[in-house]
Design a protein around this ligand. Structure first.
Ligand SMILES: Nc1ncnc2c1ncn2[C@@H]1O[C@H](COP(=O)(O)OP(=O)(O)OP(=O)(O)O)[C@@H](O)[C@H]1O
Ligand SMILES: [Mg+2]
Length: 367
């Protein structure tokens, strides 16, 4: 799905902006502090129900106002309006889609698959496994419709097992029941994840090959528990140590994607620019796989695309975006950094943000 209208009120320094993005490439330029990242943040909140800059949505509300309202419209016949409202007074976030109240963020996530590539993106390589699990599960969520239910069951069983472990006297029978539940749903989750990685890998390798050939880079899925033993065995044999630690040490909650170059973690070997290209290849590959498996396209939010990339790599990155044909929102401080990056027949809509106001510089609809 693509967004054909955006209207944000009370979002950081953007008091009121209206935007008519095109289905392809949208470039947003402006000086430091003008509001470019805030604009991407607004789209991210619309599609994910949360910001990528703060855990607390109230921090995103403009200092001078009591609340923010974000509206978007998903193009289609009929188009689907989506909206989010959050007041400063601490009340819940309100979500709407197609005129109805929405209670689950997953409904928004499903309608508007988003990928963010920003200066924090390298955390996908050097951050904690949770960051890579989130990446992996984004992919699985969009292609396996019972992923969410499976994941919730795992979380519930894990919570119960951990609570029993921390209890003074262990109730062996309850422990066995929850372990059984945990094993059953974890195996299912593991098979979703490993199937996904199997399909993802060749697409990732192909994408990376054209961005930054790194023949010695390997990406391997690690399921979170001993490769030689079943989870049932691991849990049973680990009861004593888990009890001492007070939590379950192995299981799908410890799954990871290991990116290595000749046995060393990729984050320790690659330069910043190389890391950005590897992470971008991972995120582009997820969008390509999504389209292959579901015919849905993904919207890319790329904050400060030129940063850390030389002209050749910027060009290769832009080539992929053009070829994928999805909707992209790119920000840049310097409009010239993206000049000459596009094929002559690619239409690029240009917007300018200045002190929280948005102007359309080049409107694709008027060409
Ligand atoms: N809650 C808020 N209310 C009002 N203004 C805010 C709020 N939070 C941040 N700002 C301001 O909003 C402005 C826009 O920030 P933003 O990060 O979107 O800028 P930017 O255009 O991405 O800049 P840069 O090029 O430096 O990344 C900044 O001046 C910032 O201080
Ligand atoms: Mg910014």
């Amino acid at each position: 799905m693509t967004l054909d209208r955006l209207s944000f009120m009370g979002l950081r320094n953007l008091a009121h902006v209206e935007m008519r993005p095109q289905p392809g490439i949208n470039v947003i330029v402006g000086a430091n502090g003008s509001g470019k990242t805030s604009l991407l943040e607004g789209i991210h909140i619309l599609g994910m129900g949360r910001s990528f800059r703060t855990q607390q949505l109230k921090n995103v509300i403009g200092h001078a106002v009591e609340g923010m309202t974000l509206h978007g419209r998903l193009a289609g016949d009929p188009p689907i309006p989506i909206g989010i409202r959050r007041l400063r007074d601490g009340s819940e976030m309100e979500m709407r889609m197609a005129g109805e109240r929405v209670t689950k963020v997953a409904q928004l996530v499903e309608a508007l698959p988003l990928q963010l590539i920003n200066p924090d993106a390298f955390k996908l390589l050097e951050g904690a496994p949770a960051v890579r699990r989130e990446f992996l599960d984004w992919g699985v969520f969009h292609v396996k419709h019972d992923f969410l239910e499976t994941w919730k069951r795992v979380r519930r069983a894990l919570k119960h097992r951990n609570a029993l472990l921390r209890h003074g006297r262990i109730d062996e029978r309850s422990l066995s029941v929850w372990e059984g539940e945990l094993v059953q749903w974890s195996e299912r989750l593991d098979s979703f994840r490993s199937d996904y990685v199997r399909e993802f890998l060749p697409i990732f390798e192909e994408t990376l090959q054209e961005l930054l050939p790194l023949p010695t880079l390997t990406l391997r899925y690690s399921r979170g528990w001993d490769r030689q033993r079943s989870l049932a065995e691991v849990l049973h044999q680990g009861r004593d140590t888990d009890r001492q630690m007070g939590f379950t040490q192995q299981g799908p909650q410890r799954a990871d994607l290991r990116l290595r170059i000749e046995r060393r973690p990729a984050a320790e070997v690659l330069s910043r620019g190389q890391q950005k290209l590897v992470v971008s290849a991972m995120k582009l590959a997820q969008g390509r796989l999504l389209e292959q498996l579901t015919a849905q396209t993904c919207t890319y939010l790329i904050d400060d695309l030129p940063a850390e990339l030389d002209a050749r790599h910027r060009h290769d990155f832009c080539r992929w975006l053009e070829r994928m044909g999805c909707q992209v929102f790119i920000t840049s401080v310097d409009p010239e950094a993206l000049e000459g990056m596009w094929q002559p027949d690619t239409s690029v809509a240009m917007f300018h943000v200045k002190h929280g106001r948005l102007d359309t510089l080049k409107d694709f609809t008027t060409e």
